[in-house]
Design a protein around this ligand. Structure first.
Ligand code: PBG
Length: 337
């Protein structure tokens, strides 16, 4: 090559990357605090916040601290929280009966948050895993070798009505039973909660990235087995077309928002779902995605702030309208400046 080598190029994309102002002008995706939903873990009692080992910076909060956290999030511009209870193991049983107790932890938490910070959107999980000794999202069949679909759905529909009565804005069925969105919609309407929305975990995969979450809510181990497989209800990570089918069914049954979960390793699914429906699309950056970034940062192998930002930018770029993420508060604080 001669020293004065020149390409005869008409297009030089680098022209629009020459300085920060030009780069800002052509930026396609921008994160804002309102993009995020903060998942929060609540416990009973008056204990101080307990950090979850595999999720640095994430704490189980008593109701009073939870209320404070919601106020802080609201101030930072985070519009919504998703609440997850960690039950005293003594309260768990085979059928998850505490899920239908009007005074159960998460319902008391919802009422407290809604009273103190009425503007914040409160979302609750509709699934039995925090309540069952076996840790499954539903009740077991007679042979105890699988979750029984229809009997579970009947319980979930009642659970959703209790959550609506406690004041949630959105119920979020995360159980992956067939027909649960329709059953929940009918139950809510019949109880006059026509205004309570459904955020459906529509394409929820049977993922290994949920590990730290199961520690957080104490549902890690099935009774008698050490491997809790949810493969008969959560989706096979190998499947994409099936995500379209699940989304179409949930929308037809009345889902207001559909969700893809996990998020980062499933960007193609977010993109596909975005094209499949005009409903808002949520994506859940799950506990394992969060833990991964923190672990690598601790080892000095990745830059925490930059990877955090990039991971969320990618999820939004793929087509998510809102992101459930354990980074919600930190991100909102940074973005607010
Ligand atoms: C359970 C539920 C799970 C998560 C949210 N709701 C775990 C599971 O399905 O086993 C995972 C969230 C996370 O990993 O951050 N219904």
């Amino acid at each position: 090559m001669p020293d004065n080598f020149k390409l005869d190029l008409k297009e030089r994309p680098r022209r629009l990357r020459r300085n920060a102002s030009l780069r800002a002008m052509v930026e396609e995706t921008v994160l804002r605090p309102a993009d995020f939903i903060a998942p929060l873990f609540v416990v009973d009692g008056k204990s101080r916040p307990e950090e979850i080992k595999s999720m640095p910076g994430v704490f189980r909060l008593n109701i009073a601290d939870l209320v404070k956290e919601c106020r802080a999030l609201h101030k930072l511009g985070v519009p919504a929280v998703a609440l997850f209870p960690k039950l005293d193991p003594k309260l768990k049983d085979d059928e998850g009966t505490q899920a239908l107790n009007e005074e159960t932890l998460v319902l008391r938490a919802v009422r407290a948050v809604k009273k103190a910070v009425p503007e914040i959107v409160v979302i609750t999980d509709v699934a039995l895993d925090p309540y069952t000794t076996h840790g499954h999202d539903g009740v077991l069949n007679a042979a105890r070798d699988d979750v029984e679909n229809d009997r579970t759905v009947a319980i979930l529909a009642k659970m959703a009505v209790l959550q609506a009565r406690a004041g949630v804005d959105l119920v979020a069925p995360s159980d992956m039973m067939d027909g649960r969105v329709g059953a929940i919609r009918r139950a809510l309407d019949a109880a006059d909660f026509t205004g309570t929305g459904i955020m459906a975990y529509s394409a929820k995969y049977n993922s290994a990235y949920y590990g730290p979450f199961r520690d957080a809510v104490g549902s890690a181990k099935a009774a008698g087995t050490n491997l809790l497989s949810k493969a008969t209800y959560q989706m096979n990570p190998a499947n994409r077309r099936e995500a379209r089918r699940e989304v179409q069914l949930d929308v037809a049954e009345g889902a207001d928002i559909v969700m893809v979960k996990p998020a980062g390793p499933y960007l193609d699914i977010i993109c596909e779902v975005r094209r499949t429906t005009s409903r808002p699309v949520a994506a859940y950056q799950v506990s394992g995605e969060y833990a991964q970034i923190h672990a690598a940062a601790r080892l000095g192998w990745l830059d925490l702030e930059r990877c955090r930002h990039e991971s969320l930018l990618a999820i939004k770029r793929a087509g998510a309208d809102m992101i459930l993420t354990y980074f919600a508060k930190d991100m909102a604080a940074v973005l607010k400046g």
